[in-house]
Structure formats: structure tokens, C-alpha cells
Design a protein around this ligand. Structure first.
Ligand SMILES: NC(=O)c1ccc[n+]([C@@H]2O[C@H](COP(=O)([O-])OP(=O)(O)OC[C@H]3O[C@@H](n4cnc5c(N)ncnc54)[C@H](O)[C@@H]3O)[C@@H](O)[C@H]2O)c1
Length: 435
């Protein structure tokens, strides 16, 4: 390998993961080519600008582009290390779609040379890294691939998943521990040496399949535990209990840590990745599959409760607070808040207003509904019903004085001081009807 900072790195896929990764590797001194199939993404980055919202990313990208360490293109070029960070969605049957990953590997194959490292970072079903290796072997029979030869392979192939939190991506990319799974132990060691260039967390070598499963397990763990909290919230509703109070008290147990319920589970990871495990072992995953069902069911439950509240107050104007899938980010993918707000907009039309400080305009599904986007101040002045769908900091800090007289459905438990109902709806978790 060349000396660390002399490496040429090609990052394929410049989204929420690929762009920050490319920028951080460039900051460490490597020359980075970022590749994306979307021309506008490439143009934006080459101007030193960014197309996604992420804390401190704009300054970092501006700096590394200005210093000539990061450039973007739509075409892959020769490099020493290839990092693939393209989407891995699922299809309508929840089967993982690795076509983007295979397309990215196909684009790398022609420029691959002896000594190169290919690392997959996309969340992937178990066995995908081996599929990439097999594809590269097929496309480049001139190169010896790891695990297929007794001789020293020409190329390193490894898997290294991301576990970053949107909003803290730059910090977590640097400081989180990383599992680095090689097709062979040698591959893991070589990939690990690369990550050491820019990762301060502990890098742990393992095999590719274990690393793939580790990523899926992390998100399935979160999903199952959130499902427990969401199930409790529905049960508490039925029993006339305040779920937040129950959880707060239960968590005083030294070995209990119940997560927070919400309007469902969204995002590109937790709502998606558990299906990759289910798909790989459909007979053996009743718990993971059920958790998915519980969390999806919570979205329907939230819609039904919101509809009941709005229908009971036919002249009230309604503010849906938040569309993002979690707090303080501009990511609306698979977002339960977005689904709830859009469903309400379709049913109640212009009565529905949406407050989302992280969006310039409403997503397409709101077209023709009559719903509009307003700012928080206007919502607090003009709307009688507040439906808190996302726990953005801006919403959390709204003082009681500005919402005490509102009808509030707090799906995130952000306003524990909201007066409890003294009328119909008493005891319903999160449904806090003030006078
Ligand atoms: N966003 C997260 O917080 C997060 C966290 C952990 C893991 N992941 C995983 O990382 C992977 C990437 O996710 P993301 O959020 O960055 O996705 P994204 O949609 O934000 O970005 C992916 C980018 O890849 C580009 N692309 C698609 N096919 C391409 C190809 N063949 N060649 C070049 N570019 C291509 C797209 O145009 C897009 O810009 C996924 O597998 C995801 O599950 C994401």
C-alpha cells in the first residue's frame, strides 16, 4: 500500500453516507473522487456545496473541494480504494434490492488493478459482499479474487457498515467503533488499515458475513425494542394510563430501559433492515417480523387517533408539527410523521397545516390536498389543534403558556407538562386535551 495520505480513494454514491465519508477521507489527506449517477449532485459538490442537510458538512465539503482533495464525477476512475455507499432498498415484498450495489461494483470492475481494495458500506443482506467478489471475478478473470485462490489475491474485498446518527454523522464517522469484515482475514486486515487513516474509534476485524449481519442486528434490535414501547403505548391508551409516566417509573429499575414510543418507526434503516434478516430466514424470525408489524400498526393507530380528535372539533385548524423521521434532521424517507400528516391532509384538506423547519415546501403527496406549510409561530397563533409528530428541538422548547389552551396530541411525549384532559379522551397516552 502507498503511504496513508497518498491513497487515491473513489467513493461510489454521494448521499447521506457517501458524501460525509468522502469528505472525511479527503480531510485526512487522501485524494478522493466522489462518484454519483445524479449529475446535479456531482455539479453541486464540484461547486463546493452540498445537496443534503448535515451538521458542519457544508464547511467541510467546501474546504476539501477548495483544497483539491475532493472532486465529483458521474464516472468511476482508477483508485487504490473503492468505497461503495449506494442505496439498498427493499421491493414491495420486502425482499432486499441489491441492484444498486451490483451496479456500483460493475462500474468499479473495469478500472480495478492489482492491490486495490473494494469496500462495501451499504447496509446489505448477508452474503452480498461475496456476491460482489463473485461479480468482480466474473468481470475481471485476469485478477485473483480473495477466497477463490490459494495464492495471494490481487484484490481486497471487505464489508464495513455504517452506524451513524443523522445530525451527528461527521462526529460519529470519526469516533464510532467499526466492524470490518473481510472475505478473508487478510482482506479484513487490509481494509482495517485503510479505516485507521480516518477513524478514531476502535476498528474490529471480522468476516464479511458477520459484519453484514451485525449491521442488520443492530437495527432489528432497535426496531424490536421500539415496538415494545409502541405496544405499551397502545395498551396504556386502552387502560387509561399515561404511557410516559409508566415508562418513566419502570426505567427506575436498574436493569430496565424502555425506549420511547412514537407515531411509528421510519427512516432508511430501522424500518428497512429488519426485513433483510426476515427475508434471509423467514421461518425463524417471528419476533422481528412481528415488531415490524407492531411499528407499522402504530402509524395506523396514530392516524386513527388524530382523525378522531380532528373530527370531534370540526371548526378547529390543525398544525402537524414535523415531517422528518426523527428529530432535528431533514430526512423524510419512510417517515411515519410524513405519512400521518399526508393522510390527514387528504382527509381534512385545508384545515391541515404543516410545520417543518427542515423542509422548503411540502412533499408531492400533499399536492392538491389544500394543506399548506406554515411556520411555528403562525401555527401557535392560528391553530387550535397541535399534533406533535417529530421531537425537533424547536417544538420541544415551545413553552406551556403558548400551548396550554390548545388541543394537543403529543405522539412523542415532548410536552410532559401539557395539562391532562379533564374531558373526553382522559387517560389516552399523549392525547392531552386542555380546556
Ligand atoms: N442514511 C443513514 O443514516 C444510513 C446509516 C447507516 C447505513 N446507511 C446505508 O448506507 C447506504 C447508503 O445510504 P444513503 O442514506 O447514503 O443513501 P442516499 O440515497 O442518500 O445516497 C445514495 C446515493 O447513491 C447514488 N447512486 C445510486 N446508484 C449509484 C451507482 N450505481 N453509482 C453511483 N452512485 C449511485 C444516488 O444517486 C444517491 O446520491 C444504504 O445502504 C443505507 O442503508 C445509511
Amino acid at each position: 500500500m502507498k503511504s496513508d495520505s497518498k491513497l487515491d480513494v473513489c467513493v461510489v454514491g454521494l448521499g447521506y453516507i457517501g458524501l460525509p465519508t468522502a469528505a472525511i477521507i479527503a480531510r485526512a489527506g487522501c485524494k478522493v473522487l466522489g462518484v454519483d449517477v445524479t449529475q446535479s449532485v456531482v455539479d453541486t459538490i464540484n461547486r463546493g456545496e452540498i445537496h443534503i442537510e448535515e451538521v458542519d458538512l457544508d464547511g467541510l465539503v467546501h474546504g476539501v473541494v477548495a483544497r483539491g482533495l475532493l472532486a465529483a464525477d458521474t464516472k468511476v476512475a482508477a483508485a487504490d480504494v473503492f468505497v461503495i455507499a449506494v442505496p439498498t432498498p427493499f421491493d414491495k415484498n420486502h425482499a432486499p434490492d441489491i441492484s444498486y450495489v451490483l451496479a456500483a461494483a460493475r462500474s468499479v470492475a473495469p478500472v480495478l488493478k492489482v492491490g486495490d481494495i473494494v469496500i462495501l458500506e451499504s447496509t446489505s443482506p448477508v452474503g452480498t459482499t461475496e456476491e460482489i467478489r463473485d461479480l468482480l471475478a466474473q468481470l475481471r478473470p485476469d485478477l485473483k479474487m480473495p477466497g477463490m485462490t490459494r495464492e495471494t489475491p490481487d484484490v481486497t474485498v471487505a464489508y464495513c457498515p455504517e452506524r451513524v446518527l443523522p445530525g451527528r454523522i461527521l462526529e460519529e464517522l470519526t469516533n464510532n467503533d467499526r466492524s470490518i469484515g473481510g472475505i478473508t482475514p487478510r482482506c479484513a486486515r487490509k481494509a482495517l488499515a485503510f479505516y485507521k487513516i480516518f477513524v478514531r474509534g476502535t476498528c474490529i476485524a471480522t468476516d464479511a458475513r458477520s459484519a453484514e449481519m451485525t449491521k442488520l442486528v443492530e437495527n432489528a434490535y432497535r426496531d424490536v425494542n421500539i415496538a415494545f414501547a409502541n405496544e405499551l403505548s397502545i395498551v396504556s391508551d386502552k387502560m387509561g394510563l399515561d404511557v410516559w409516566e409508566v415508562i418513566r417509573l419502570a426505567n427506575r429499575h436498574p436493569r430496565v430501559n424502555i425506549l420511547s414510543p412514537g407515531p411509528g418507526v421510519g427512516g432508511h434503516c430501522i424500518a428497512v433492515d429488519p426485513w433483510f434478516i426476515v427475508h434471509g430466514a423467514p421461518e425463524d424470525t417471528p419476533l422481528i417480523r412481528t415488531a415490524r408489524g407492531v411499528n407499522d400498526g402504530k402509524i395506523r393507530h396514530t392516524i386513527a387517533k388524530a382523525e378522531a380528535l380532528i373530527s370531534a372539533h370540526p371548526t378547529a385548524r390543525v398544525a402537524c408539527l414535523g415531517l422528518a423521521f426523527k428529530a432535528n434532521i431533514d430526512d423524510f424517507r419512510e417517515s411515519p410523521a410524513r405519512l400521518v400528516a399526508a393522510t390527514l391532509a387528504r382527509r381534512f384538506g385545508a384545515r391541515i397545516q404543516v410545520v417543518e423547519p427542515y423542509a422548503d415546501g411540502l412533499p408531492r403527496e400533499f399536492d392538491g390536498t389544500g394543506a399548506t406549510q406554515i411556520d411555528l409561530d403562525t401555527a401557535l397563533e392560528e391553530c387550535e389543534i397541535l399534533i406533535a409528530l417529530v421531537d425537533h428541538d424547536q417544538f420541544r422548547v415551545v413553552p406551556l403558556a403558548e400551548r396550554a389552551a390548545k388541543l394537543v396530541y403529543d405522539t412523542r411525549g415532548i410536552w410532559p407538562d401539557q395539562p391532562k384532559p379533564g374531558v373526553a379522551g382522559e387517560g389516552e397516552s399523549g392525547l392531552r386535551l386542555a380546556s
